[in-house]
Design a protein around this ligand. Sequence first.
Ligand code: AMP
Length: 555
Amino acid sequence: MLSTMQDVPLTVSRILRHGSTVHSGSYVTTWTGVPGQAPAKRTFGEVGARSAQLAQALRDELGVAGDQRVATLMWNNSDHMEAYLAIPAMGAVLHTLNLRLPAEQLVWIINHATDRVVIVNGSLVPLLAPLLPKLASVEHVVVSGPGDRAPLEGSSGGRIRVHDYEDLIAGRPTDFDWPEVDERDAAALCYTSGTTGDPKGVVYSHRSIYLHSLQVNSAEAFGLGSRDTLLPVVPMFHVNAWGTPHAAFMAGASLLMPDRFLQPAPLAEMIESERPTIAGAVPTIFQGLLAELDATKRDVSSLRCVIIGGAACPPALMKGFEERHGLHVVHAWGMTETSPLGCVSHPPAGAGAEEAWSYRVTQGRFPASVEARLAAPGGGFLPWDGASAGELEVRGPWIAGAYYGGAGAEPLRPEDKFTEDGWLRTGDVGTISPDGYLTLTDRAKDVIKSGGEWISSVELENQLMAHPDVAEAAVVAVPDEKWGERPLATVVLREGATAGYEELKGFLAERVARWQLPERWALIPSVPKTSVGKFDKKVIRKQYADGELEVTRVD
Ligand code: AMP
């Protein structure tokens, strides 16, 4: 029997229409960083009207048609939000570019995606201009916001036309006949950060964005609503800022966009003055914010919740925010291939304070739409018993089933990334409790295999970062003649701190099994980070292999 329900496509244009009418009074506020100057505010109604103007300009002036790719090289700001809405809603594909990638990777990605247009923030023109001669498919560059346009002119020998964002949209109609696209069609494209091999393109559909937005807004996730103001510190070029811009526009939650002011001091200032209710970022950003708040008192009481994800959140960071600043931290897990939610670590109902903590430090609980299983190292699957550790595999309506193969090419399904029955291999290793909470112990490639036993680098790092003298710590596997591999602890001390290796090892000895204690230690000035601000352990492993670290043995 067929259902009698209407088959209405779930598309970005529905989010755009709904947000800009029903929630027309919500705001997208962009921090300008100019002392004494009020941040730039646009209502959702204005953003919707300007999105329509942008779509007209892209179609009528720049000739964007069908599913052509329009890239953005932009910070988190309202013009970027307009691109987020207009490009998918008009049927084209929004391609967000990671502005921290090395130049060759950006060139590779833009050419692989065959981007036709790049919208760039004026402040990022110096980054884009030298690449233009190598960008075969790009015909137009649109510059948004202040910044010198001159380096763009002529750098492509006149092949690429340069436009000003405001001039381009000015005077155009403020409504647009958004086409009815198939909900399964491509809406947005995002490349993984590609730590090994070429970056891989993940193509989100209208349907996946819509369903994911509903999930982000659910109470079991971030619970965004029209009384919220969200501060997405996580960049819009990193998994679409965790899908939060579309989710917020759907819910009518105002957005406070930090633009390029991602340093701890301006973040603290914008929280105090614009009073967001919820914020999200990777641990390294919040580690900086915590230090800033410890040093300079700020009123951050507007925040009902701080979401930390994208890398393991050290419990000491959660407790620091909570105990010293009254901020409630929620840990979440996800990846580019999973849109990114993922799990969110709300404790179960009825858990007492201590028990709640034991849940809150996990990566979180899976929502109904994300199915999870743990692959056993020797084949088969492991029970959800909170103890058996294996590689996490997931599937669901907003989980990638393949990578973008390139224009006209078949999608790619590398065996190490997808199982034969279509599940995504996450490359993350951990356990799942009977009530569905995931605890990650490592990336598969970061696991330390010592004498046949696994040591969790994340556990050692979390314990080390709980020491008051430790600002950051990263633990990697290094070759060992006797045990195969052993942990190397690299530690960044806080300014003025004096703890020595013996003391740090003694501190760890009270918290982890003796055989897991690292005997190799190195003090480093800072932990190397990836383009999205996560610990870059392959750099540490290479530094060790090349003899660049001053390693002390503490046996
Ligand atoms: P990306 O695709 O760049 O967002 O990276 C995704 C990867 O980040 C995941 O596969 C995990 O290894 C890591 N990750 C994300 N969130 C967490 C978390 N809460 N705890 C530990 N690792 C995480």
